[in-house]
Design a protein around this ligand. Structure first.
Ligand code: 16C
Length: 258
């Protein structure tokens, strides 16, 4: 509880400050640009072979098998589309640490250790241990940004585009939990709102909203984990996350003004 209160007060302080550049600004901007050019491409569009491993309605989750230095680092790309929510709402609930434990099922603990600017945090978190591997932690920057000039995908024109970009960084004050192996992550959630106004000219309601979602994850487990365990964990956890998180946002916003 103390950690959450401390995180909130740091975030409130940053909100009062003007936007400013910080140590990670250049890297953040570069990563966002890469996500907009590469991650937003539909799987297969670039000639890359993505293997579909989970499909439920509009949700499709793909992976590529990749082993680096003997560690399984399979990149993952998910595409989804849900009704009744906006891109900004999706990214807000994904970024906002106040609600993290209401939808994130893999975390044991987390702490915001710095807020370099408004809507950018540095977070240390530990994950639930997966037997027989060592427990994992990660230390990453998380930033939520509105995208003004998204690349066009197909002929649909989005009303707005938002991204949350998470990537591993170092920080002297992380105080890691002993025994944890550091996982390295590069994750993004990119959302776009599409609005179909009522034919009778009536007001825009939540029924008029469709939110297209792209979620990409590159996770390096940082140390040994049996391949079969790791692959079966992510095949279970990524669909669970997308199912649970999208339902969470739909439920949270149902009675709110758009
Ligand atoms: O993107 C998600 N959440 C964000 C907020 O927390 C953030 C977090 C990313 C963490 C990525 C995983 C880091 C190491 C995983 C440790 C194992 C957890 C398994 C727990 C099972 C109960 O961007 C949503 C993340 C959704 C699901 C992630 C599951 C990834 C599994 C990757 C396999 C690593 C296994 C390592 C050890 C066996």
């Amino acid at each position: 509880t103390q950690d959450i209160e401390h995180s909130r007060s740091m975030i409130r302080e940053a909100e009062k400050q003007p936007k400013r550049r910080h140590k990670h600004s250049d890297e953040l901007e570069k990563k966002i640009q890469n996500h907009l050019t590469d991650s937003m491409k539909p799987p297969g569009a670039d000639g890359d072979i993505w293997e579909l491993f989970a499909e439920e309605g509009e949700m499709k989750i793909y992976r590529k098998e990749l082993v680096e230095d003997g560690l399984i680092c399979d990149p993952l790309k998910a595409v989804h589309s849900i009704g009744n929510v906006t891109a900004r709402e999706m990214c807000h609930y994904f970024w906002d640490t106040d609600v993290r434990m209401e939808w994130e099922g893999t975390i044991e603990s987390f702490r915001v250790i710095e807020v370099p600017e408004e809507f950018t945090t540095i977070i240390y978190q530990t994950h639930r241990r997966v037997w027989p591997s060592a427990q994992r932690d990660c230390l990453y920057l998380s930033s939520m940004v509105k995208v003004d000039n998204p690349p066009s995908v197909g002929d649909k024109i989005p009303h707005d585009t938002w991204i949350v970009c998470n990537f591993s960084v170092d920080h002297p004050e992380a105080n890691p939990v002993s025994g944890c192996v550091r996982a390295l992550i590069e994750i993004a959630l990119i959302c776009q709102t599409f609005i179909t106004p009522p034919k009778d000219g009536g007001p825009i309601t939540r029924d008029c909203l469709q939110c297209d979602i792209i979620y990409v994850a590159n996770v390096n487990p940082g140390g040994w984990a049996p391949a079969s365990v790791l692959r079966s964990i992510y095949k279970r956890e990524y669909p669970k996350f997308l199912r649970r998180f999208t339902a969470y946002v739909q439920d949270k916003t149902r009675k709110l003004d758009i």
